[in-house]
Design a protein around this ligand. Structure first.
Ligand code: NAD
Length: 268
């Protein structure tokens, strides 16, 4: 029987392209999203790309029971081999405008939902004596704070630790848990709109082009599969090198200036 992957946030952007990649490998797919209207066309794309079967589940994964219900429904259609947690929100929230509702909404979807979905899958996989592979979609924001992104950055930093913590406990059962942390990726998102001004400022990287959803999808497929069978608890940064450092700074000292012996206060 072909392998079964569950992909959250599959209606749009990175999750949708991840689904298309697994479809091309002949997987059975369960596609989940809160945007019910986006699911039929995502499923159609997957069938056209070669998916064995496609189930769609409209679900609010930020609700306390959403992740467990999704995995129960997916598992009823057949054992699940791969879970990709891509559903996420990144509302612009200046810290002085922060309230409990926004904070909880971001943490509940971006951090709690992937963890609860992993637990729901792991319980069933262990009972069935099967292994499984989980990929959490993190972000470069996990390492670097940004204006207006305190809840988001925190949610992704926590997700990377939850990835390690889950991997630590579940490895003995043959369940791997890893993360992929994208740099800026162009998506036409209605849930997460981004201005061109922001995109231009955030997307600089050594490889010199913006990311595409397929850059992330190919890494997810590889990390979830057999070739990565001895990797768990890892976060793979797929970002054109943007996490290497600050690409857009000028030289810290004018070229040709003799620095040695020069007096003055400067930070290096
Ligand atoms: P997107 O908006 O295109 O996709 C996110 C999907 O999640 C949407 O289809 C949306 O309907 C769904 N969703 C939102 N709330 C939900 C809920 N409560 N329950 C279920 N589904 C819900 O955005 P994207 O850029 O493809 O983001 C996918 C993931 O990638 C997110 O976790 C995001 O944080 C991460 N990411 C994106 C970028 C980027 O530059 N695009 C960079 C780093 C990380």
């Amino acid at each position: 029987m072909s392998r079964h992957a569950v992909i959250t946030g599959a209606g749009s952007g990175i999750g949708r392209q991840v689904a298309a990649r697994f479809a091309g490998l002949g997987y059975r797919l369960t596609l989940a999203d809160i945007d019910a209207a986006a699911l039929p066309s995502a499923a159609e794309d997957c069938r056209a790309a070669g998916a064995a079967e496609v189930l769609t589940v409209a679900a609010d994964l930020a609700s306390p029971d959403g992740p467990e219900s999704l995995i129960a429904e997916a598992w009823a259609a057949g054992p699940v081999d791969v879970l990709v947690n891509s559903a996420g929100i990144y509302p612009a929230t200046p810290i002085l405008s922060l309230d409990a509702r926004t904070w909880d909404a971001v943490q509940n979807l971006n951090t709690r939902a992937p963890v609860l979905a992993t637990v729901a899958l792991a319980k069933r996989a262990i009972e069935a004596g099967r292994g499984a592979s989980v990929i959490n979609i993190s972000s470069g924001a996990a390492l670097r704070a940004r204006p207006g992104a305190a809840p988001y950055s925190t949610s992704k930093a926590a997700l990377e630790m939850a990835t390690r913590a889950s991997a630590l406990e579940l490895g003995q059962h043959g369940i791997r848990v890893n993360a992929v942390a994208p740099g800026f990726v162009t998506v036409n998102s209605s849930a997460n709109p981004v201005t061109e001004e922001y995109a231009a400022a955030v997307s600089g990287n050594p490889l010199g082009r913006r990311g595409e959803p397929d850059d992330i999808a190919r890494a997810v497929v590889w990390l979830s599969g057999e070739e990565a069978e001895w990797i768990t608890g890892e976060t793979l940064r797929v970002d054109g090198g943007s996490s290497t450092g600050a690409i857009n700074l000028p030289l810290h000292w004018p070229a040709g200036t003799a620095v040695q012996g020069k007096k003055g206060n400067h930070e290096g």
